[in-house]
Ligand binder design. Structure first.
Ligand code: G3P
Ligand code: CA
Length: 259
């Protein structure tokens, strides 16, 4: 007879390195993305924003003070907004030394550089469009860069996500072949409408219940949740049947989940 799907082993949970393997390497650097692969991640997550001259760079905060030496290189230009510096200026910053001396010399990567550097890694990419309200037109710029790197457009390799659901609706119109994820926890009553363009709902794990995951699944969407470094929490989320978990420690997560 047909397999009992309810009892079938659940698909492997996707292990996503949050900003790269960011517990052990400086977040959002190529070093952190490469380490994610060595730690057993399936995908790496990163945040894309725009420089003053409209180049796409990978950085989490909308300012550069925390994760670079901007204060030393550009004294007097506080608060070092990504949108106020050119790519040439951002290139001069060190994005690794703040984390540890052994990462001195790491740079803020452009999206294109990261796509090139990680193409042969076999890892997937979860690309967050960070604060798109600050960067009108960023969706089309991301589209243009992704089209330059067709290896990333293979089915299953790339998801684009944002807290800004309107931005994801626009991106979906530009690139319907790329699945989009919505960060946050939409109320259950909104899920059916959002399923018109979204393929994932990506809530903080504190918001999740098994029932919410089931509702999302019934609408044909997946659930990736964040940010989980505790093995006991990861096992609980696995029991809820989430599809992916973001972690700063991919090796710890890999050890906590069923193979
Ligand atoms: O993907 C989830 C997570 O990246 C969203 O939060 O602040 O780390 O970008 P944040
Ligand atoms: Ca992010």
């Amino acid at each position: 007879g047909p397999p009992d799907t309810a009892a079938a082993a659940p698909a492997k949970i996707v292990n996503v390195a949050h900003r790269g393997a960011s517990a052990h390497a400086p977040e959002n650097t190529v070093a952190a993305f490469r380490l994610a692969g060595r730690q057993g991640a399936d995908m790496f997550e990163t945040d894309v924003q725009e420089t003053k001259d409209h180049r796409l760079v990978l950085v989490h905060d909308t300012t550069l003070g925390r994760t670079t030496d901007a204060e030393r290189v550009f004294p007097g230009r506080s608060p070092w907004r990504v949108r106020d510096l050119t790519l040439d200026e951002i290139r001069r910053l060190d994005a690794g030394a703040w984390f540890s001396a052994r990462y001195r010399g790491e740079r803020v990567p452009t999206l294109g550089e990261a796509l090139r550097a990680m193409e042969a890694s076999g890892l997937g990419l979860l690309l967050e469009v960070k604060a798109p309200g600050l960067y009108p037109g960023i969706e089309a710029r991301v589209e243009r860069e992704l089209r330059r790197h067709p290896a990333w457009l293979r089915p299953g390799r790339l998801v684009v996500q944002s807290f800004d659901w309107g931005s994801m609706r626009r991106f979906h119109r530009l690139m319907p072949e790329v699945p989009v994820g919505l960060l946050g926890t939409p109320p259950a009553g909104r899920l059916a409408g959002l399923a018109a363009f979204a393929r994932q709902i990506n809530p903080p794990y504190q918001d999740l219940t098994a029932g919410y995951v089931r509702r999302v699944h019934r609408l044909g969407m997946r659930v990736f949740t964040w940010t989980v470094d505790d093995p006991a929490v990861a096992r609980r989320l696995a029991a809820y049947r989430v599809d992916g978990i973001l972690t700063d420690k991919p090796a710890t997560l890999a050890g906590a989940l069923p193979k």
